[in-house]
Design a binder for this molecule. Sequence first.
Ligand code: SAM
Length: 290
Amino acid sequence: MKPYLANSEKTRELLARHSLFTKKGYGQNFLVDPSVPEGIVEAAGLTPSDAVLEIGPGIGTLTQYLAASAGRVLAVEIDRKLEPALAESLAGFDNAEVIWGDILKQNIPRLLEEKGVRPPVKVVANLPYYITTPILMGLLKQGNLFSSVTVMVQAEVGERMVASPGGKDYGYLSLSVQYYADPRLVLKVPPHVFLPQPKVSSVVVQLTKRQDPVPGTANPEYLFALAKGAFLQRRKTLANALAAYPPAGVNRQQVEAALEKMGLDPRIRGEKLSLEEYAALASYLGKEEK
Ligand code: SAM
């Protein structure tokens, strides 16, 4: 069966026939241009030996493309009202299965086991933007369940994920994503390929699991606490920002001494440090070192 739904006329017709209206609260912006799902599938490099976890199949537009390329697709959708439309668009795509529920409440390892899918799987999705970060961080923390994550996100959020030290987009999200994965921008996507059109531009990003963990991070929770403290007050020096952030558990002199030992300017701002430098700072300042 060939995908056919990525088209505004067919999407409008399917929605109208099932008396459906898109729900803003669920981030429902459906794809209506075939070049986008084609680009996503190509970036994900899907083959018949792949199993895919899709988040938010909606009325099945991207799902059709995933099912046509992968061996198996499990798609988790929260909005049960879409069931008749989704059943219709996935008829003939027998390797796609819908799981009704909230992705943030799924026990994914158990779900895969129940469905007889052996990890790692590829995650592919046009995400509901209102919960991009909790979805992605929830996935990235789950060890070796995923080999790659290829997702549509709001452009601004994608830029922050791939940002390098020093730029305005670099921050807590960059560090926390890059701790687990190597992110890259795959596609820029304008609003007019969606129905309804979102107010923001979008990008497709691909997160590939890091092969080697960041060196020296015995205590990732502490590294994340330092990064959070640094970017809560990014205009301050790193030493002042961390001294004002109780979870970091340090005073200004301790941070300045650690920065000096690392060969960095003690008055440096947090936005200048790389992930590896945060890791080194965490081990200089971390509990095991004090
Ligand atoms: N995949 C479709 C497409 O590309 O045309 C629809 C993508 S739309 C941007 C996001 C989808 O995620 C919607 O169908 C929405 O109902 C669903 N969704 C929103 N919150 C969800 C959640 N917590 N768990 C699972 N699905 C969710």
